[in-house]
Design a binder for this molecule. Structure first.
Ligand SMILES: Cc1ncc(C[n+]2csc(CCOP(=O)(O)OP(=O)(O)O)c2C)c(N)n1
Length: 388
């Protein structure tokens, strides 16, 4: 058994100072020590996959973070681990607890199957892992192996944490005593066009590009949005999420909190936003001034053949305001979009612009010819970050 502070001291020495995750009782001492440690930042995530995406976004700085969660949440994180971290080569330390460990202490029925397949799942996902050591003297070689692997491959390295490895530790940071009080959640909504009269995605992207400022970085959601943006204008300040549907906003959140001198524009889809709507609450909670969230809502999964999403009756602006965004707009007018974007330049974010568009894309739509990890390296160079 070791203390959480012994582990954190190694983390600090090895440059791991940003953590994200969701709690597990096995992680209690560690997560509490992280929250109590003023030299370490902890970003709480609503979902294990969003924790992965946030740490990848922050990883554009070249600094490596730590993601920690229960093995039950490994399922929630599979997509960003395989499509984002692996594909774009984002290295970080992953701590996965081992509830339901075979031969371990008796555990609840819901952990039985996951306990049996946890290590095999990591192997299947090509994630190099080892057991979390039970002695602090074993930590330096563990960190050395992890660093060597990350340097060589650009991939995450996992530690599987069994029960009782870390000495108990309570949380000492008190929960804020402040009353929540009365909230105003008004936002601007003006929707007057019939579906077929609305603008196209391309027209909306053209307005966004016209209003782009030199410090802006655009993170485009998976599917046709990234492809259209790439076709209209490729730039070192763009990142096209080729997979990890729904993670553009959490990736951009990690980046926005790490790079306060850049404005981070997430260009999302309606289905992608709804897929990971919990992250809107995380954006509202951390409230980065430099965050602009544009949702291009065609009410369908356009990229996969036009199947209806459930966004037609959803007021994403109202949801964003209820989650703590500073302002939100919902419109279908291109001129209104242009005016809102012009005004957003002088506003503190987070801002959500819900822009209702119609279906369809140009017939000759290209695909990024540059590989995802090259897009990431190019963006890191643009941000003047050391390459991983
Ligand atoms: C986790 C996951 N589920 C499903 C897909 C397949 N997929 C790719 S794009 C897409 C539709 C996205 O719809 P939306 O966000 O509304 O954007 P649009 O295509 O309409 O521009 C789907 C379902 C995926 N890439 N990842």
């Amino acid at each position: 058994m070791m203390t959480a502070d012994a582990f954190l001291s190694q983390c600090r020495q090895n440059g791991f100072q940003l953590f994200s995750g969701t709690p597990c009782s096995y992680l209690k001492p560690l997560i509490n020590a992280v929250i109590d440690d003023e030299a370490i930042t902890y970003l709480t995530a609503t979902n294990e996959g969003d924790a992965v995406a946030m740490i990848c976004g922050a990883g554009l700085s070249g600094r490596r973070g730590v993601v920690m969660f229960q093995n039950s949440g490994l399922g929630n994180a599979v997509n960003p681990l395989t499509s984002l971290a692996y594909t774009f080569r984002f290295p970080f330390l992953l701590i996965v607890t081992h509830r339901g460990q075979p031969g371990g202490p008796p555990d609840e029925p819901q952990h039985d199957l996951m306990g049996r397949i946890t290590e095999a799942m990591l192997d299947t996902m090509a994630i190099r892992w080892e057991r979390f050591p039970d002695d602090e003297n074993a930590l330096p070689p563990v960190f050395a192996r992890a660093a060597a692997y990350m340097n060589e491959t650009g991939q995450p390295y996992a530690l599987v944490l069994r029960k009782g490895m870390i000495a108990p530790r309570d949380l000492t940071t008190p929960k804020a005593e402040k009353a929540i009080g009365r909230r105003e959640v008004q936002f601007y909504e003006s929707l007057s066009l019939a579906y077929s009269e609305r603008a196209t995605r391309t027209e909306a992207l053209e307005v966004i590009l016209r209003r782009k400022r030199p410090e802006d970085v655009i993170i485009a959601t998976t599917g046709k949005t990234g492809r259209e943006l790439y076709t209209l204008e490729d730039s070192a300040a763009h990142l096209y999420m080729v997979g990890s549907m729904g993670c553009a906003s959490s990736f951009a959140l990690g980046a926005a909190l790490t790079f306060p001198n850049h404005r981070w524009l997430t260009v999302d889809g309606d289905a992608a936003t709804l897929m990971r709507m919990g992250n809107l609450a995380t954006i509202g909670h951390y409230r980065p001034d430099n965050y602009l969230h544009l949702v291009l809502d065609n009410e369908i999964n356009d990229s996969t053949g036009g199947q209806a999403s459930v966004s037609a009756g959803v007021s994403l602006g109202a949801i964003a305001m209820a989650c703590g965004y500073r302002q939100a707009y919902s419109t279908d007018g291109l001129h209104t979009l242009d005016t809102i974007l012009a005004g957003a330049a002088a506003q503190k974010g987070p801002t959500l612009i819900h822009f209702r568009i119609r279906r369809g894309s140009p017939a000759d739509l290209g695909r990024p010819k540059i590989k995802p990890f090259e897009v990431k390296d190019r963006l890191m160079a643009h941000l003047s970050a050391p390459q991983t």
